[in-house]
Design a protein around this ligand. Structure first.
Ligand SMILES: C[S@@+](CC[C@H](N)C(=O)[O-])C[C@H]1O[C@@H](n2cnc3c(N)ncnc32)[C@H](O)[C@@H]1O
Length: 225
């Protein structure tokens, strides 16, 4: 059984894909995808020895050593062109780290059809990086699990021209404005309003930053009504 977060990541993996899961930890995602019959083979990449060893052990326990190769490697160094990887998942890391991993292996990405990214934070910075490096967002999803909100961003090669609001809130997420999306941003606005109340009236510039952020949230929530 994988988490709701990982099962939504898995739902965006195309049938029959050859997968690289970067930062695979226990290799839960590739194991689930192979066992469910959605994919035939995968590479689980891990840069840290402890999680790498748990991935190796789990793959062995599930009897999948001929289908899932676990590799100790930094980011996209886990695959070569000859592996014919068609889809890459990178989940459960900060948005900046995901962008760094992609940037360090950018030349290898031309042969990959789809990236499924689940940043734990700084989603806006990741969208900016994607836009600047020849990717377009083809789908997004948002979910709540154990009190945390997670965004999933699916990209393919292409161009996009995101507005500031789309960078921050997600082009598909803000368009769809699901109940989870509304809840996330209502809570965020509440936190910012509380923070604003703590700032003395005389600190105009500091207050204005928060006022602008709150206003942007109100606009996107209003547009979604
Ligand atoms: C919080 S875990 C997430 C595990 C799994 N992907 C998930 O979403 O549940 C992040 C994993 O990424 C690994 N990691 C961090 N930087 C990495 C890199 N540059 N290359 C490969 N793995 C990395 C960490 O060692 C850790 O096991």
């Amino acid at each position: 059984m994988i988490s709701k977060r990982l099962s939504i990541v898995a739902s965006f993996v195309p049938q029959g894909a050859i997968l690289l899961d970067v930062g695979s930890d226990h290799a839960y995602l590739p194991i689930e995808l192979v066992e469910s019959g959605k994919i035939e083979r995968a590479i689980a990449g891990e840069v840290v020895v402890g999680p790498y060893q748990s991935a190796v052990k789990n793959v062995e326990t599930h009897g999948l050593v001929d289908k899932i190769q676990v590799r100790l490697a930094n980011g996209l160094a886990a695959f070569e062109e000859t592996d014919q990887v068609s889809t890459i998942t990178i989940a459960g890391m900060g948005g900046r780290l995901i962008a760094t991993i992609l940037e360090e292996g950018l030349d290898k990405l031309s042969s990959v059809n789809r990236l499924i990214l689940q940043p734990n934070n700084r989603e806006d910075e990741l969208r900016v990086w994607l836009q600047a490096h020849g990717f377009q967002i083809v789908a997004e999803s948002i979910l709540e699990e154990a009190g945390k909100y997670y965004e999933i961003i699916v990209v393919e090669a292409g161009t996009m021209n995101l507005s500031a609001s789309e960078v921050r809130f997600g082009p598909f997420l803000s368009q769809e404005a699901s109940p989870v999306f509304v809840e996330k941003w209502q809570k965020e606005a509440g936190k910012l309003e509380y923070a604003l109340d703590q700032i003395p009236e005389k600190n105009l510039a500091e207050r204005q930053i928060l006022i602008d952020k709150i206003q942007a949230i109100k606009e996107v929530l209003h547009a979604s009504k």
